[in-house]
Design a protein around this ligand. Structure first.
Ligand code: ZN
Length: 328
């Protein structure tokens, strides 16, 4: 070969071959994911959106778009990440405000991921209806951490997420759902407020349904990174399966229950994956978060999971994390 091509030509040729191979592999496999964000009491949100986008793109299975409300809230701490979403200029306000022009084309996507949070302003009614229709017709929804705080008065949303917290949710929204220390699944209709957590810490997650595609192959118990163990969630909990629970060991736990951490919900012909993990960037760097998130997104999109459990997945006694490095 060297008689015919010099080194530079060979390098160019190799580059063309590798690029076209990569293109042919990804072109047929890629699913379309949409992350929606803009108003979240968790100031990490501009960064966590980019982290989740990168986690999904690195699998080679997804292309990821972002749609953001033109009015944002709590966007300042991580403002250097705002332009990376490629959504143009937005305006950060002192309090959340409805964006009348926020109307993502949900139907163009295999899966929609909500990175909204507590006190996010209501979406326009047409947008709510569009998400309901999208899910009725077999869409996929993923809610992360405080996204289950959003929209307490939107009944269909509460059904999509199964359980929610805060936002004045109470017994009128549905039962508390949890596991006891003896391993019994309880639906508790007693009156009371919804949403609580102790201080952030590393806590054990117990897999309750080991043969679901999302949890299959996970150790029975694995550790989170420093995160919040959401407690006292309540909601319609219709067609909902609790895949895994968390046990608050901070010493200041709001309950002595094993609280739902990973859930799946059937809504219409659609599928929801709900994770309460992901309070801040160090929580989102947890391998337990990353892998359950990728698997949950894949499952919400297709009903199947192909992502393996990696060697660095956490164990019963050790949490693991991957420091986030932004790919330019
Ligand atoms: Zn939080």
């Amino acid at each position: 070969m060297y008689r015919f091509f010099n080194q530079e030509t060979m390098n160019k040729l190799l580059h063309v071959i590798i690029c076209s191979l990569l293109l042919s592999v990804t072109a047929e496999a890629q699913m379309k994911a949409l992350i929606v964000d803009g108003q979240n009491n968790h100031a990490v949100w501009p960064k966590s959106t980019i982290m989740m986008k990168q986690y999904l793109e690195e699998t080679g299975m997804f292309t990821v778009d972002i749609m953001r409300t033109q009015f944002t809230w709590m966007g300042k701490r991580e403002q250097s990440f705002l332009p990376l979403a490629g959504v143009g200029e937005t305006t950060d306000l002192d309090k959340p405000k409805t964006d009348p022009d926020f109307l993502p084309e949900f139907k163009n996507y295999d899966v929609v991921i909500s990175n909204f949070g507590w006190q996010a302003a209501d979406w326009p009614e047409a947008t709510e209806k569009a998400l309901e229709e999208y899910m009725d017709n077999g869409g996929g929804l993923v809610v992360v951490h405080a996204a289950d705080n959003s929209f307490p008065e939107w009944n269909a949303y509460n059904e999509m997420i199964g359980l929610g917290g805060w936002g004045d949710r109470n017994e009128t929204h549905g039962p508390y759902v949890y596991y006891t220390n003896e391993g019994e699944l309880v639906r508790d209709t007693s009156p009371g407020s919804s949403g609580a957590h102790g201080p952030q810490h590393k806590f054990p997650v117990t897999v309750r349904v080991p043969d679901h595609p999302i949890t299959e192959g996970m150790p029975e118990i694995w550790m989170t990174e420093k995160d919040e163990c959401y407690a006292k969630l309540r909601g319609p909990a219709k067609n909902m399966t609790v895949l895994a629970t968390g046990k608050d060991r901070s010493g200041k736990a709001p309950t002595d229950r094993h609280e739902p951490i990973l859930m799946v919900i059937d809504y219409g012909r659609g599928r929801t994956f709900h994770t309460t993990l992901g309070h801040d960037d160090y929580s989102i760097e947890s391998v337990g978060f990353i892998i359950s998130f990728i698997r949950g997104v894949e499952w919400a999109a297709t009903g199947k999971v192909t992502t393996p459990i990696p060697d660095d997945f956490p164990s019963e006694n050790n949490s693991t994390s991957r420091k986030f490095v932004l790919q330019k």
